[in-house]
Structure formats: C-alpha cells, structure tokens
Design a protein around this ligand. Sequence first.
Ligand code: UDP
Ligand code: MG
Length: 332
Amino acid sequence: MATDSQPISYSIVIPVFNEEAVLPVLLRRLDLLLARLEEPAEAIFVDDGSKDSSPLVLQDLARRDPRFRYIGLSRNFGHQVAITAGMDAAQGNAIIVMDADLQDPPEIVEQLIAKWKEGYDVVHARRLSRAGESPFKRATAHVFYRLLGSISSVGIRADVGDFRLIDRKVLDALRQMPEQDRFVRGMVAWLGFRQTEVTFHRLERAAGETKYPLFKMVRLALNAALGFSDAPLRLAIWCGLAVSGLAVLYGGWVMLLWLTNDSHLIAGWSSTIVIVSLLCGMNMLMTGIVGLYVGRIHAEVKQRPLYVVQKRLGFDREEAVAAGPAIRAVHE
Ligand code: UDP
Ligand code: MG
C-alpha cells in the first residue's frame, strides 16, 4: 500500500467518462489488485468531464484513501487527452493505463508488471477476442488495425488498444511529444524502446454503455491515419500519375485511329476526353506535390523530438564540462 514516505512503483491511470454504473465494481476489483501488488501503487482517475455522479464518488474516495487520486478535467476532452492528463500526473516507475469499464481486466495488470520486471519498457495488452461488442465494431476495428499497420511506418501493433504498461523513461520521452491530435498507442510505438505484449480476452463492459460512439471512433481512426502515415497525402500523386498515364495512352490510340482513318473515331469527342483527362491528371499530380510539402510542414508542426536516447554511457565527464541542462534531462 502506498504511503507518503515510500516512493510509488506503479501508477494505474483510468479515464472515466460518465461511468457511475461501473464504479462500484471497478473500485472493488481495484482495491483487490492494489492489495495484491507487492510494491506501493497509486490509482489516478481522470474524470473527463463526466455529467453523472462519477466525480463525486471519485473525489470522495481520493479524500478518504491515499492510494487513490482524482483529476477532474474542465470538460470532455476525449479519451486520448484524458489518459495523457493522467500519465502527466503519474509518480510511479511503471505507468499502466486501463479502461474504467473492466473490459481490461485488472488481473492482467500483474502480467504486465511481470514483463516489466523482466526488463521490458513497454508491455502492450493484446486482445485475442472481443466479447459483447457489435459485429460492426469488431469488423471496423479489425479493418482499422490492419489498414493502419500497412500504411504506417512505425509498427503499430494490431488489436492493441490503450491498455498497456510503460516505464518511467518511456513516459518522460512521451511527454516530449506535444502534438495536439494525440493517438497515444501510435506515439508509444513511434518511441521504440524494448516492447513486448501479453494477450488477453477482452470482456464485455461490466456495466453502462460504450462512451465511444461512431463519430469518436472515426475521429480516432482519422487521427491515427493522419498522424502516423503520409499515405493519404501521397494518394493524389499516384492518382494523378495514373490518370495522366491513361490519358496519354488513350491519346496515342486516338492518334492511331486518326492516322489510319478508322471509322470508330468520333470526331471532337475523343480529343476532348484526352485533353480533359490529361488536365485532370496533371491537376491531381500537382495537388499531390503540394501534399508532399504539406506533409513536411505537418511533420514539423508536430514537434516530435528528432530521436529518443535510451541509454548514455561514459559521458559523465564531458557532460559535466560541456552539456547544459537539456542534455542532463535525458540522461538516465
Ligand atoms: N472515455 C473517456 N472520455 C471519452 C470517452 C471515453 O475518458 O470521451 C473513457 C471511458 O470512461 C472508458 C474508456 O475511456 O474508461 C474507454 O471507453 P469505452 O469503454 O466507452 O470505449 P469502448 O471500450 O466501447 O471502445
Ligand atoms: Mg470499453
């Protein structure tokens, strides 16, 4: 159990948005989990602008029990921002993010911790199955993870949500990524470090309704695609090249018919089609080229660090002489 005198080993971050139905059972299971953990732990609830009684329950708990903390956001900022706020406040050496609805079973947290103790810096919890979700959600999630995996270059794992453990040094690196449209699982994948996974069967929501309606899912998917791939920007280039290429081929064919006085040639129509499709293709190509520059601006605007240092050895003397506080900050 955490006390003020002992440093905290584990921070469990739980975003909460109108979850009053599930809180009683969540708190019971969390209590059991915290009691089983050998090292001191804290649970940080981030109230993402709930309109029900969740904030009251959680504030009351945070006042009574030193293991529980409460952060109330001023309005609903969305799941990804809520978990960021919780991680920012975490004091532990390992930080675990899990949903409030017990679809991420607290018991798996112990498996995540076991892997961390083996020396992994990031431990993802991968879903082997998803109970209680509509066929539509399962199908869209399946397509989403595979599509994202194929267009993104950072190796985002399939069927991994935000249920994971990260080491303190990964969190420190994550906090250097100030991007506004956050897709946390992509950002963690981008960071690297020693990553592994444990698998689990995703359960049904313990109570209440999903807080991820279709529009929030679409927004998350768009954030993922736009933040971790420039494939959509390059799409215009390939379309442009294809259309222009076809226009040139068709133009050649029309010339051939014209030269051979072929009766299939429709005067006026063919030349119009060639010109229109050629212009259209050129237009798309140019848009694509502009897209490449926009992509670069987009990368700059995200202000991600250029690289992340995992370890530094033998630098102490030089550092003491030449390096400023910025370098010392990333030193392990
Ligand atoms: N959540 C949040 N803000 C939101 C939407 C959801 O903090 O705007 C929380 C929610 O309370 C839950 C977690 O994010 O703890 C995942 O949401 P949910 O279980 O509704 O998503 P699903 O499992 O249906 O995808
Ligand atoms: Mg859920």
